[in-house]
Design a protein. Structure first.
Lengths: 550, 321
């Protein structure tokens, strides 16, 4: 859409403008870089690889579930597949992807800084992440692990013979990477903002990444401790979780979910931040109720630490504890609802375009709404008992994580791709891919709600034949979804070489990142920007409106 | 209700309609709210689509009354869902006093069921229709979960602990039983059936089983001798066991506890953890020497000797004999 006019927007600097991508060449200039923009690319490569691995595991799972007796693999292998899928997608793709790729690239640009507060620490985070990822890949190659990504005790500590230790070690180490990233972002937002960029002038993406960083710093140490205890228990049988040694297996669940539920918001909050940017840019509007949306991120971040027990209504926790956690879980739905209503209202009397990023944003709004509402089913204690640990739960959290977080990420990647690369991707293919992903997603996960109502338990390698029809629908959807995910890989790589130049601001969007060249120079801004206006300060040019303005 | 397109399993317990009513309520609310969002998104996106490339629309920063409205209305809705859900859960957590007790020992990867009258079964649970049944469950190894979708109930089954689950079946039939908590390699093999039988058929089934098996309390009485319990508990050296079940026991640390299933189990496996006031910590642990099934039989025996009205379950079970 914007491509026709982009030639006019090109800087008149000539062919060989120096920017962060061509300032230096060679493998060392990438692996030893401290430039946040290049580190974002390192993360993009790493997380894309892990997404591929996790996706292959999911594909094999869906293939296997075509037949009630398992179409391709034995239960042992299936159990490893869903453990690998869950662990990789949660710890090595979803949690890091938006903060480390889009966040790394954009936070300094959005706050008008030359880099993050601690550039070398930023690179260290990537190396720690790669170390953790390599250990997990070692775990997979050496035989895999079959505890589920939740590592429930005493199964994980005493009963399985697979590579629990290396998997737990990988998760333990990956936590440090995210803690350092979180610290870096917090300090950057506090200390590196451009002159005039007050807190309430910050883009909402910054607000939500700030809230995410706070969760990183508070929740990740807990999973690290839990994994250490798990490893000690498995190696030395110290008797913390193993009931045969006087331990309490449910204690593990408390520790795990104390981290685990904030983790869910680590996944979704950054995507919410992206959606705020997309909705603003593609309606050319200030997000409706900026203050409510900004503070709702913090509401979510804080309350997310008080809801963990809703994973444990049938784990034997006390009824009173359950009542508290149910109430808190209901409470955390409210700020999410506020955001959805605010984004929807932003479209009202806006200038809505249907560029590919906006298609992802609209997809997010629909799917996240369904994911959020079905979350209420699970927060209602008596109803949770019925659908707990069934495919209903699988469907619910995939609506949040795939329909929400990945839709947000894909939208953000398409939105900022011209900034990152200086190139436009083919708009037609991008929109087609967004549509295919949306349809494939719904066909994959829609039927799983019904499977859950019918009682199909999660993590089943085999199932009674009466569930087969819905499972085939789901697997068919997954194959469409896979096509949708491969398409961007092709046309985005294509665009690096053949895409038309994007110019500094192809979307005519507001925000400091659009005021510098694409790709940005190594130090981001030729002159330190001075901010004199609110975020999303679009000025109406509609003649009919002049009478009602002021 | 949804008989043509089966979206839910048949309602086969007293709890099922109650759960389904809340489910319908939440589905209705969700459909209304989702439809509202979808329609607004669709209408706004079409009606306010970008007309020309440089268009910048009128700016509306916010609207406080509107924002308060869409904060308060969802709060009211979730309060209803919360209270309704809690009420339902409390009803599920509290078994009726006069229920038939059945004992469940889970292990990788099977359900071992023990009826107090004697019959044992694997991956099958025979119960009478219209009578509240309470399952007393424990696991020999990892955490499992006993789930019967047609009854709309489930509960985790934990090692080293008893959890309970109750239901009253409302229609005769054969219903799926699943392990819902991932429990290792053959988790998906850990399924079975609940056979709900008419009262008469159930009694016939029970007495058919009696030919082969002795009742749990009879088995427990034998174990009570063979493990040598009787040498102390019965001679005054240890606390008495007749009339123990359901009574209040004062421990040497001054605490008072009710002598229930969990108390007896812990006293067998970890005797020194709760010493009855006035007795010496002499008893050795039976950890590793006695199986979960045997512990349940000893509990059934002690329960049969109860004098306090804490063991109605067994009495109710006796009446059906």
């Amino acid at each position: 859409m914007g491509t026709a006019s982009t030639t006019a927007l090109q800087p008149p600097v000539g062919e060989h403008r120096i920017h962060y991508l061509n300032a230096k060449y060679g493998i060392k200039s990438w692996l030893l870089t401290t430039d946040h923009k290049r580190i974002a690319w390192l993360y993009l490569a790493a997380t894309s690889f892990f997404f591929l691995v996790g996706g292959i595991a999911a594909t094999l799972m869906r293939l296997n579930l075509i037949e009630p007796q398992g179409a391709i693999v034995q239960p042992e292998t299936y159990d490893k597949l869903f453990t690998i899928h869950g662990t990789i997608m949660i710890f090595f793709f979803l949690a890091p992807v938006i903060p480390t790729v889009l966040g790394n690239f954009l936070i300094p640009l959005m706050v008008g800084a030359r880099d993050v507060a601690f550039p070398r620490l930023n690179l260290l985070s990537w190396y720690i992440f790669m170390l953790a990822g390599t250990i997990f890949l070692y775990c997979v190659i050496s035989g895999g692990v079959d505890t589920g990504w939740t590592f429930y005790t005493p199964l994980s500590t005493t009963y399985v013979n697979t590579h629990v230790f290396s998997a737990a070690l990988a998760v333990f180490i990956s936590g440090f990477s995210t803690i350092l990233t979180g610290l870096n972002f917090i300090v950057t937002v506090h200390k590196m903002r451009a002159p005039g960029l007050t807190w309430f002038r910050l883009p909402l993406f910054i607000w939500s990444l700030y809230a995410t960083s706070v969760i990183f710093v508070l929740a990740m140490p807990v999973i690290a401790i839990t994994m250490v205890l798990l490893m000690l228990e498995r190696l030395f049988h110290i008797g913390i979780f193993d009931p045969a040694l006087g331990g309490d297996p449910v204690l593990f669940q408390h520790l795990f979910w104390f981290f685990g539920h904030p983790e869910v918001y680590i996944l979704i909050l950054p995507a919410m931040g992206v959606i705020s940017e997309l909705v603003a840019a593609f309606t050319r509007r200030r997000v409706f109720g900026y203050g409510f949306v900004a503070f709702s991120s913090f509401g979510i971040a804080i309350v997310s630490f008080l809801v963990w027990g809703h994973h444990m209504f049938v784990s034997g926790q006390s009824v009173y504890a359950g009542v508290f956690f149910s109430a808190m879980t209901m409470a955390v739905a409210i700020p999410s609802g506020i955001k959805v209503f605010s984004w929807t209202a932003t479209l009202y009397k806006g200038s809505v375009s249907f560029d590919a990023p906006m298609l992802y944003a609209l997809g997010f709004l629909g799917l996240f709404t369904v994911g959020g509402l079905t979350g209420l089913f699970l927060a209602s204690m008596g109803l949770d008992v019925f659908v707990h640990d069934t495919y209903f739960v699988i469907a619910h959290f995939h609506f949040i994580m795939v329909g929400g977080a990945i839709m947000g990420y894909m939208g953000g990647l398409h939105y900022w791709w011209p900034k990152m690369t200086g190139k436009m991707y083919p708009d037609y293919w991008a929109r087609l891919a967004a549509l295919i992903i949306f349809l494939g997603f719904n066909l994959t996960f829609g039927p799983q709600f019904i499977l859950g109502f019918l009682g199909m338990p999660r993590r089943y390698a085999m199932y009674p034949p009466n569930f087969q029809f819905l499972n085939i629908m789901s697997s068919a959807g997954a194959s469409i979804l896979a096509v949708g995910y491969v398409m961007p890989l092709v046309y985005m790589i294509w665009s690096l070489k053949y895409g038309p130049d994007a110019g500094p601001n192809p979307w005519k969007a507001k925000g400091l990142e659009w005021e510098t060249a694409s790709p940005p120079p190594t130090h981001n801004f030729e002159v330190t920007p001075v901010v004199t206006e609110e975020a999303y300060a679009y000025v109406s040019n509609q003649p009919a409106v002049v009478t009602t303005a002021s | 209700m949804l008989c043509f397109v089966p979206l839910l399993p048949r309602e086969a317990s007293t709890m099922a309609p109650a759960v389904d009513h809340l489910l319908y309520f939440e589905i209705a609310i969700s459909v209304v709210l989702a439809a509202l969002i979808f329609i607004l998104l669709f209408v706004f996106a079409i009606k306010y689509r970008r007309r020309y490339d440089d268009e910048v629309p009128v700016q509306i920063p916010g609207n406080l009354p509107l924002e308060i409205t869409w904060t308060v209305i969802p709060i009211l809705i979730v309060i209803v869902m919360f209270i309704w859900g809690v009420k339902l859960f409390v009803a599920m957590a509290k078994p009726p006093a006069a229920s038939v007790h059945v004992y469940v020992v889970a292990k990788q990867w099977m359900w071992k069921i023990q009826h107090p009258e004697g019959p044992r079964e694997i991956d099958e649970l025979h119960i009478p229709v219209g009578v509240p049944v309470e399952l007393i469950m424990t696991s020999q190894d990892v955490i499992h979960d006993f789930s019967v979708p047609a009854f709309r109930v489930k509960m985790d089954v934990l090692p080293n602990r008893y959890t309970t689950l109750w239901f009253t079946a409302t229609s005769v039939g054969r219903y799926h039983l699943y392990c819902d908590q991932y429990c290792g390699t053959f988790h998906s093999h850990m399924r079975g059936y609940v056979d709900v039988m008419s009262q008469r058929a159930y009694e016939r089934w029970l007495s058919g089983g009696m030919q082969h098996a002795e009742s749990m309390e009879a088995a427990g009485a034998k174990l009570y001798e063979s493990y040598g319990c009787i040498t102390c508990h019965g001679t005054g050296k240890g606390p008495p066991y007749v009339g123990l079940y359901g009574s209040r026991v004062t421990l040497d640390n001054g605490q008072t506890v009710i002598a229930d299933d969990a108390y007896i189990r812990q006293s067998i496996l970890d005797p020194s953890s709760q010493i009855v006031a006035g007795y010496k910590p002499l008893m050795p642990t039976f950890q590793g020497q006695i199986s979960e099934d045997q512990i349940l039989e000893i509990i059934a025996y002690i329960k049969s000797l109860a004098t306090t009205p804490g063991a109605q379950g067994t009495q109710a079970a006796k009446e059906t004999k």
